[in-house]
Design a protein around this ligand. Sequence first.
Ligand SMILES: [Fe+2]
Length: 192
Amino acid sequence: MHSAEGVLRTLAAEVENEDSHTTAHTDRVALVARHLARLLRLRPEDQEVAWRGGKMHDIGKLGIPHTILEKRGPLAADEWAVIRQHPLIGENMVRPLKTAGTLLPIIRHHHERWDGTGYPDGLKGEQIPLLARIVATCDAYDSMVTDRPYRPGRPLSTALAILKSGKGSQWDPHLVEMLIQEVPSLAELWAA
Ligand SMILES: [Fe+2]
């Protein structure tokens, strides 16, 4: 089932330079997103969409040059402008898939910010689809604590401090609180 989506999922992992021997970034984002969706008592089908969206949200980065994605040091304004296209590129890539309609809001809106200053549409607060808010929070957390080719992961205490400081500005405050509460039990998710 979802075979075309499966191919895209593999490509999405490629974006993150993930190898199959570790629990990879997109896997962790997907698992934590589904976990929060479950805690929120969303419908089982929406919990599954949270997982699939966690895997696929950055698929549009396939359309961004590696030189920009993996650049060490700060990006220039024109490079940021290119990066900011990835939600729209991803939406266009996935739209033709019959099974992927529910993923489109996650892919398009995972860089909106709670205060309305995100992209691409500047949606604010609960205007941002809930599953996109969930994936955004989980993605931010996992990106912070994970080593990247171009930088080491941050200490957990730093990541949690950044999440708290962005609560209600960058991210949904309720979801940040939930995620912080769940951090001690996340290792069980990877092991399951
Ligand atoms: Fe992204």
